[in-house]
Design a protein around this ligand. Structure first.
Ligand code: ZN
Length: 241
C-alpha cells in the first residue's frame, strides 16, 4: 500500500504510520517515495525490483545479506508540494539541477520538509523506537536531470538522511550505484571515493572499469575491495535486537 501525502489538502501528521519490521541482517533504513509522474508501475514493481536487485547484488558478489529497507510503506507525493514557507516544489527531474543555486535552495527546502515529516512519524508511541531514515530515495517524473543524468544525490554536510533522486530512466543498477556513493561518502574510516577509482584527476568517486557498479554509467560488477569499503559505512544498521 502507498501512503499518500499532498500538502495542499491534508496534514502529514494525520496519516497513521506503521513501520516495517527491521531485518536481522545489515540494512539501510530508507524513506522511499514517488511523485505521480514517476513510472514506478501499478503495484510499485519498479521500486520493489530496485530493492530486490540491490539485495541480489550483495548476496551474489559480496556474499552478504545486505538490503535497502523502506522504513515505512512507500510514500506517494502530490505533483506539487507546498512547503512551509508557501513556496511550491514541483516533483520533476527538470526542477533538480545541482549547478543552479536556486534549484539547490529549493531542493534543500524540500529536503527539510520531508526530513521533518519523516522524523515526526517516529513520535507515534508504536514507532518511537525506530531510527530515522538514513536515505531519502525519490522517484520523480521526467527522464533527465541536467540534460543527461538519470539520477543525482545530495549530502547536506554530515546531516542524515542523504537524498537521492531517480528519474524515469534510472535502472536498478543506477539505484545501486547511487546507494554505493552514499555508502562510500558515509565511510566511518575516511575514504569517500571508489577504492579502485577512475584515473585522476577527474572523478575519483567512480570506478575505471566499464561494467563496474561504480563506473560512471552504472554496471553491476562489485569488487571485493568495494564490498569491504561499503561495509564500513556508518549508516548501516546491524541489528535491532
Ligand atoms: Zn556516480
Amino acid at each position: 500500500m502507498f501512503d499518500s501525502l499532498n500538502d495542499f489538502d491534508r496534514e502529514a501528521s494525520d496519516i497513521p504510520r506503521r513501520p516495517h519490521k527491521r531485518p536481522s541482517y545489515p540494512h539501510l533504513w530508507a524513506f522511499m517515495c514517488a511523485s505521480p509522474g514517476a513510472n514506478i508501475g501499478e503495484k510499485y514493481e519498479r521500486m520493489l525490483s530496485d530493492i530486490a536487485a540491490f539485495k541480489n547484488l550483495f548476496a551474489t558478489q559480496c556474499s552478504k545479506d545486505f538490503a535497502v529497507v523502506p522504513a515505512f510503506p512507500f510514500t506517494f507525493f502530490g505533483a506539487k508540494i507546498k512547503l512551509p514557507d508557501d513556496s511550491v516544489f514541483t516533483l520533476d527531474a527538470g526542477q533538480v539541477n545541482t549547478k543552479d543555486p536556486l534549484s539547490v535552495e529549493n531542493v534543500k527546502k524540500l529536503y527539510d520538509y520531508v526530513k521533518k515529516w519523516d522524523e515526526n512519524r517516529d513520535r507515534d508511541p508504536n514507532t518511537n523506537n525506530i531510527p530515522p531514515s538514513s536515505i531519502i530515495i525519490m522517484y520523480v517524473s521526467g527522464d533527465y536531470i541536467e540534460n543527461d543524468g538519470f539520477t543525482t544525490g545530495y549530502a547536506f554536510g554530515n546531516e542524515l538522511p542523504y537524498l537521492i533522486f531517480l528519474t524515469n530512466k534510472a535502472s536498478s543498477d543506477t539505484f545501486a550505484h547511487e546507494v554505493g556513493h552514499v555508502l562510500n561518502y558515509s565511510n566511518k574510516n575516511g575514504p569517500k571515493d571508489d577504492p579502485d577509482p577512475a584515473s585522476p584527476p577527474d572523478k575519483p568517486s567512480h570506478n575505471k572499469n566499464e561494467g563496474n557498479l561504480m563506473y560512471k554509467e552504472a554496471g553491476h560488477t562489485i569488487t571485493q575491495a568495494q564490498c569491504a569499503q561499503f561495509s564500513e559505512s556508518k549508516i548501516i544498521l546491524r541489528s535491532h535486537l
